[in-house]
Each structure stands twice: as C-alpha cells, then as structure tokens.
Design a protein around this ligand. Structure first.
Ligand code: SF4
Length: 161
C-alpha cells in the first residue's frame, strides 16, 4: 500500500497542477465531487447513515475490513489528492481498511466496491424507495468516477507515465 501511496504522491507533485489545467479534467473532477456529495446526501436522507452508525456503535459492525485498500490503484489515490483528501500514511485499525479512521472513511474518492456495497441489514430495514434513491445517486457517482479515471489514465499514457 505504501508504494501505491508514494507513487500517487509523486504523480501529484509532478503533474497535479498540469492535470488540473486540462480544460476537461477540472470540470469532470468538479462534477464528480458534486456527485460524491449527492451520494452522501442521499445516504443521509434515506436512512443509510443512521443504520450504518447504529451498526458500528451498537453492534460493533464495520464493512471496511482489512484488505479492501488493495483494490485501490495509484490513479484513484491521485484523484483523492487532487480533491484535497489527506491519505493516511499508516493503518489506524489493525483489523480495518488502511483508509478507515475514527470517524469512518478518510478518502473522498472511494472504490466502486465501497460505493456500491449495501448489506443485508440495509435491504431489510430500508424501504424499496429509499434503496432505489441511494442506488441512483451511487450510479451517478460510479459513472463519473469511471470517466474521470479513464480520462486521467489516457492523459498519463500520452505523457509517458
Ligand atoms: S469506504 Fe473507505 S475505509 Fe471503507 S473500505 Fe472503502 S476505502 Fe476503506
């Protein structure tokens, strides 16, 4: 994990400003940031945040297990840095994901696996309408993330990274 984070930081230092000057990347990044905020709003308004907090506080649950961080590549970490996220340099919870902090995920751009995961408890306790509203917001978030990742990857390729 350390190597991927260092690679993302090196890319950010080397080409972060240049990337943000690309006419299509900053607007896409802003659209994606907005979609991330809308997802969190949808999760809040539709009961996901309440259920997840109750599960974590009262039932000791956590979906953010050790090893999920391995799904991340340097480009997704670079997107986090471009968005201003503070990527932790070490794991805080020995049984949890590298990016899990005391108040939850410390990243802004999460992996599709993290975005899409809805556990049995959520399906059992939320209405179909609530689930649908959350999934719709998540779909927009994952679509924009995919577009942003592809755009940055092709930019890096053209530039020889
Ligand atoms: S949501 Fe964040 S802390 Fe949880 S598994 Fe995903 S990256 Fe890790």
């Amino acid at each position: 994990m350390q190597a991927k984070i260092e690679n993302a930081r090196a890319l950010f230092d080397a080409i972060g400003n240049e990337l943000l000057k690309e006419p299509d990347i900053l607007p896409l990044l802003n659209q994606y940031r907005e979609a991330v905020n809308e997802s969190w709003q949808a999760m809040d308004e539709n009961g996901v945040v309440t259920e997840c907090t109750d599960c974590a506080v009262n039932d000791g649950g956590s979906c953010c297990g050790k090893g999920i961080e391995e799904k991340f590549d340097s480009v997704l970490l670079l997107i986090n840095l471009l968005m201003g996220a503070d990527i932790p340099l070490k794991r805080q919870d020995p049984t949890g994901c590298w990016f899990l902090g005391e108040k939850g995920c410390q990243l802004l751009a999460r992996h599709v696996i993290c975005i899409n995961y809805m556990c049995r408890r959520l399906y059992d306790r939320l209405s179909e309408q609530n689930i649908h509203a959350v999934q719709q917001a998540m779909g927009k978030e994952t679509d924009l993330l995919f577009m942003l990742e592809q755009r940055i990857k092709s930019w890096l390729q053209v530039k020889g990274f």
